[in-house]
Design a protein around this ligand. Structure first.
Ligand SMILES: [Zn+2]
Ligand SMILES: [Zn+2]
Ligand SMILES: [Zn+2]
Length: 144
């Protein structure tokens, strides 16, 4: 956790920003809720518990800033809101998301499984694949 805050501090400093309690709290919330794909309102609610004076606009700007610094990634799960998750740089290929069309539950698929497809695309199109966003829509085990 301290390491993460050091990285954040360093990146903010490079860009001429300060590590304010609001920025710290926002990253804390996203880091502490990995796998939950919180939307802006949910993040706002949790950050507010630590920084009661914070406004939605500040959380909005902070999320944009953290995204620019590649500490969080923004997800569009086609449910009408922006969701955020902690950007784990250890996997440079994004995990896949399974989205239940009945309850809206989002499940992460940690295994890439696309190696063969990626290889084939790279060969056929002479295109170097660096990342992908894969969403599967269906019905989760609790709803079926
Ligand atoms: Zn991949
Ligand atoms: Zn479901
Ligand atoms: Zn995810």
């Amino acid at each position: 956790m301290d390491n993460l805050m050091d990285v954040l501090k360093e990146r903010l400093k490079e860009k001429g920003f300060k590590l304010t309690p609001q920025r710290r709290a926002t990253l804390d919330v996203i880091f502490g809720n990995q796998g939950k794909h919180l939307n802006t309102e949910e993040i706002y609610g949790l950050v507010k518990e630590k920084c009661p004076e914070i406004g939605l606009a500040t959380v909005y700007r902070t999320l944009q800033l953290l995204e620019e610094m590649e500490l969080v990634s923004k997800l569009n799960l086609d449910d009408g809101c922006s969701r955020y998750e902690f950007n784990n740089h250890e996997d440079d290929h994004q995990h896949h998301h399974l989205i239940c069309q009945s309850c809206g539950n989002v499940i992460e698929v940690e295994i890439d499984l696309l190696d063969q497809l990626e290889q084939e695309i790279e060969n056929v199109y002479q295109f170097k694949i660096k990342d992908h966003k894969v969403k599967f829509f269906g019905i989760c085990s609790e709803c079926s």
